[in-house]
Design a binder for this molecule. Structure first.
Ligand code: ATP
Ligand code: MG
Length: 576
């Protein structure tokens, strides 16, 4: 391609609208332009990268036995009403009406559409398993579209849906997609980690988020430095050094190596409400305290006990309570429910509210809690002697340095990641609500077991940039680069230079190598700057001095390593 003919409006300055490097560089390199919030035009260079990523996805999906389809983007409301998602989805679903006043939405995902197809077309176990995928534009009216293609409103997604007769088959289908995702992101040149994600009611390791590791990532990932265990924050389990147990059922077992239990004491703590204030006032570490948080989750009110230096994970608690949100009561509500001002709640003598204690509390002795009275705390409180929790559960946020819950010698680190893909075993959620069944060999009907698998194509491109750039611009991994080589004739006045450059261009093109020929009448400095900015993996530099000797330089963008090659040899072999 002749550079002078390509629409590639590079910018010298960082555009103000962009916050993260991938967004800035995509704008500066003339790859995308904003049309409206979260809605972008893909320009030639940007679209080539999108197409490269799509091809890698297609190849790996096809290899895994999935079949490509293409569903509509405008979807009838009836299907969404059948699953209840017309009401549940909220404002992310962009709704519209046709000329006959019928309701439609723009597809944010296609479970309804694909399940509708399958319930009509699949009758017998002989037609299963099946896996259908598409690469298509999705629309989600995100509350905060940002970071360019990373979180758009209109974006390109690969979504796949698997259909199986039984659990074993469904797990096999899941595994195939998991392996395909590993291959796809590896081929895109990304450093990534599949992490266990929350499966809600399904259980088991059947939801993974594929995270590209980058400081700008929106997700926090917990990972073990020893066994490789990785999970998203909502799912991550840490462990606090265990040693003894105070549970009556453990008496006489190896676990019973408990220190001496001291007598309960009252301590006046005037105006000391926060963990920090109480710890300083009493002169102990914050980890000696247990805070009592009065929480509303759905219809229920519970007391959550968390070690002083730990934090409650509201989503873990909400899941435990079977609701979507768990929230602290206001100070006035706390006082009404417990009879004591907020800041002094405690589990001893707390009436009518179930107590859920975090697992880290199981091993504590002689700890400090609120006294359920203004300005009072209790010292040397002990489990089962002074109060009994109704339940122990993992309800805290994992912290950097916690022991790994899966192995004996690892510690957990928290890193940031960008979710580029998601695999999920759906089970029979959609086949039950929409009546997608097959007949087994005895003619008996069963619900089809489903899985769904998504990849954000534009987000993958953005993530690749977050991981591959330097101060001068983009550094494309070869597999997804818009062109493999850019040819830079430095002196446009010299016929020799231009002639050699054009001969190399034609020679490489003939060999099927994707080449960009910078034929612009620009200074060398401008050409170097643009070549570095758009990040083509190899630059062939054609200058006066070299050409006299029949030589050009090849510079590798990533390492900046330069080598000399003979013009004739380069044209002949195409070797870079
Ligand atoms: P997120 O938590 O980031 O909103 P999600 O859980 O809503 O993601 P899925 O419904 O699992 O995402 O969609 C599958 C994939 O589509 C995601 O892994 C991500 O790569 C991509 N994706 C989702 N929302 C967007 C968006 N607004 N812009 C770009 N890509 C997106
Ligand atoms: Mg989302």
């Amino acid at each position: 391609m002749y550079y002078s003919k390509l629409l590639i409006p590079t910018l010298r300055e960082y555009p103000g609208e962009a916050e993260v490097i991938s967004h800035r560089l995509m704008l500066r390199a003339g790859m995308i332009r904003r049309l409206a919030a979260g809605i972008y035009n893909y320009l030639p260079l940007g679209y080539r990268v999108i197409r490269k990523i799509e091809s890698i996805i297609r190849e790996e999906m096809d290899r895994a036995g999935a079949q490509e389809v293409f569903f509509p983007m405008v979807l009838p409301a009836e299907l969404w009403r059948e699953t209840g998602r017309w009401d549940q989805y909220g404002k992310e679903l962009l709704r519209l009406k046709d000329r006959n006043d019928r309701d439609f939405c723009l597809g944010p995902t296609h479970e309804e559409v694909v399940t509708d197809l399958i319930r009509r077309e699949v009758k017998s176990y002989r037609q299963l398993p099946l896996n259908l995928y598409q690469i298509q534009t999705k629309f989600r009216d995100e509350i905060r579209p940002r970071f360019g293609l990373m979180r758009g409103r209109e974006f390109i997604m690969k979504d796949a849906y698997s259909f199986d007769t039984d659990e074993t088959g469904a797990e096999k289908s899941y595994r195939k997609m998991y392996d395909a995702y590993m291959a796809i992101f590896r081929r895109c040149g990304l450093t990534f980690k599949p992490v266990e994600a929350d499966t809600g009611l399904i259980g088991g390791s059947f939801s993974h988020e594929f995270m590209v590791l980058a400081d700008t990532g929106e997700e926090a990932i917990v990972s073990c430095d020893s066994c490789g265990y990785a999970a998203n924050m909502e799912k991550a389990e840490g462990r606090v050094a265990a040693g003894f147990s105070l549970r009556p059922q453990d008496v006489g077992t190896d676990l019973q190596v408990c220190p001496e239990l001291l007598p309960l004491e009252k301590k006046i703590t005037p105006g000391k409400k926060s963990v920090e204030d109480v710890a300083v006032f009493i002169g102990v570490e914050e980890e000696r305290l247990v805070k009592t948080l009065i929480i509303r989750g759905g219809e229920r009110i519970v007391a959550a006990l968390i070690r002083g230096d730990h934090e409650l994970h509201e989503i873990k608690l909400a899941k435990l309570l079977g609701c979507t949100e768990a929230q602290l009561l206001s100070p006035a509500e706390v006082e009404e429910v417990t009879g004591a001002p907020s800041g002094f709640s405690g589990p001893v003598g707390l009436k009518g509210i179930p107590i859920i204690a975090d697992l880290a509390i199981k091993d504590m002795v002689n700890f400090i809690v609120g006294g359920n009275e203004r300005d009072l705390h209790l010292l040397n409180v002990n489990l089962f002697r002074d109060f009994a929790p109704d339940q122990f559960a993992d309800i805290r946020k994992v912290r950097e340095g916690d022991e790994c819950s899966r192995c004996d010698n690892g510690n957990l680190a928290i890193v940031r990641g960008i979710e580029v893909g998601h695999t999920f075993k759906l089970g029979t959620k959609y086949s039950e609500t929409m009546g997608a069944t097959y007949l087994d060999e005895h003619g008996r009907p069963h619900f089809i077991i489903m899985g769904c698998y998504g990849i954000g194509v534009g987000r993958t491109m953005a993530a690749a940039i977050e991981q591959n750039h330097d101060k001068d611009g983009l550094i494309w991994p070869s597999s997804i680069a818009p062109y493999k080589v850019i040819i830079l004739p430095l002196n446009m006045e010299s016929e020799k230079v231009y002639g050699a450059a054009e001969a190399i261009y034609k020679g490489l093109e003939e060999k099927g190598i994707e080449v960009l020929f910078d034929d612009r009448n620009e200074r060398a400095g401008v050409k170097f700057k643009d070549a570095d900015l758009i990040g083509i993996p190899y630059q062939v530099i054609v200058g006066d001095k070299g050409i006299k000797r029949g030589i050009v330089e090849i510079k590798e963008r990533a390492t900046r390593a330069v080598k000399e090659v003979e013009v004739e040899k380069l044209i002949l072999t195409g070797e870079l």
